[in-house]
Design a protein around this ligand. Structure first.
Ligand SMILES: Nc1ncnc2c1ncn2[C@@H]1O[C@H](COP(=O)(O)OP(=O)(O)OP(=O)(O)O)[C@@H](O)[C@H]1O
Ligand SMILES: [Mg+2]
Length: 215
């Protein structure tokens, strides 16, 4: 699914990733850990192509990432951010629908899938609310639904529970794990939380000195 070989990434003269190798199989679940500034977000940005400048090989489904049109990449992968990144003037439903609109899906396809997923995460009752009317955990569930709307085969999450209390973080991770099983979706989850990794044993990579190693 994801294949990085010998990847180097610098910002100016600062080398962030060096000789990095990482393989994530289809349907696999893994955590990515590492100190602040070690390059975790940078690695994810390369994968969803917010950063395009790197050396080495990055392939998604055996295709070099630079050859994959952006809209196709958006269909293949969902992304969740620590700060949710919901649009404040749009309702829950509108925020979710946007993910379908940017890849050109008709409303008739978007609506039933959005309703199904909102129901699945227990948010049917708030679909006409605005983000600031929701709790942090609810907002994060909206962001999860938005990331899943196009039924991606890969979910990237950059500290999806960083802004949540322990109990809510546990619930969000539990939800992600269930979706991982139900939808057979590969997931790469960046987290600082030792507690979550203990609660949800899974393959864990540590990012150190520009590389990752499995613990
Ligand atoms: N656009 C950028 N331009 C220049 N330097 C950057 C840029 N983005 C990140 N960096 C630097 O690259 C390093 C790695 O950043 P990155 O955001 O990948 O770390 P991280 O592991 O995600 O950290 P955190 O756990 O704090 O989120 C940091 O030292 C950061 O200052
Ligand atoms: Mg980061």
């Amino acid at each position: 699914m994801i294949w990085l070989e010998n990847v180097y990434k610098s910002y100016g003269k600062r080398v962030i990733l060096q000789d990095l190798h990482l393989h994530l199989e289809a349907g696999e679940f893994a955590f990515l850990q590492g100190r602040s500034g070690s390059g975790k977000s940078t690695l994810l940005k390369l994968l969803y192509r917010e950063q395009t400048d790197f050396a080495g090989r990055i392939e998604i489904d055996a295709v070099p990432i630079g050859q994959i049109p952006k809209f196709e990449l958006r269909r293949k992968m969902g992304v969740i951010f620590q700060s949710f990144e919901l649009l404040p003037r749009k309702t829950v439903m509108e925020n979710v629908a946007l993910a379908g609109e940017v890849v050109g899906k008709p409303w008739a396809e978007i609506e039933p899938e959005a309703n199904r997923l909102l129901e699945r995460v227990g948010l049917s009752d708030v679909k006409d609310c605005f983000p600031d009317q929701l709790s942090g955990g609810e907002q994060q569930r909206v962001a999860i639904v938005r990331a899943l709307l196009n039924r991606p085969r890969l979910l990237l999450a950059d500290e999806p529970t960083g802004n949540l209390d322990n109990e809510t973080a546990f619930e969000v991770l539990q939800l992600l794990k269930e979706l991982h099983v139900e939808e057979n979706m590969a997931m790469l989850i960046v987290t600082h939380s030792e507690r979550l990794i203990e609660q949800f044993p899974a393959k864990t990579w540590i990012m150190e000195q520009g590389r990752v190693r499995v613990v």
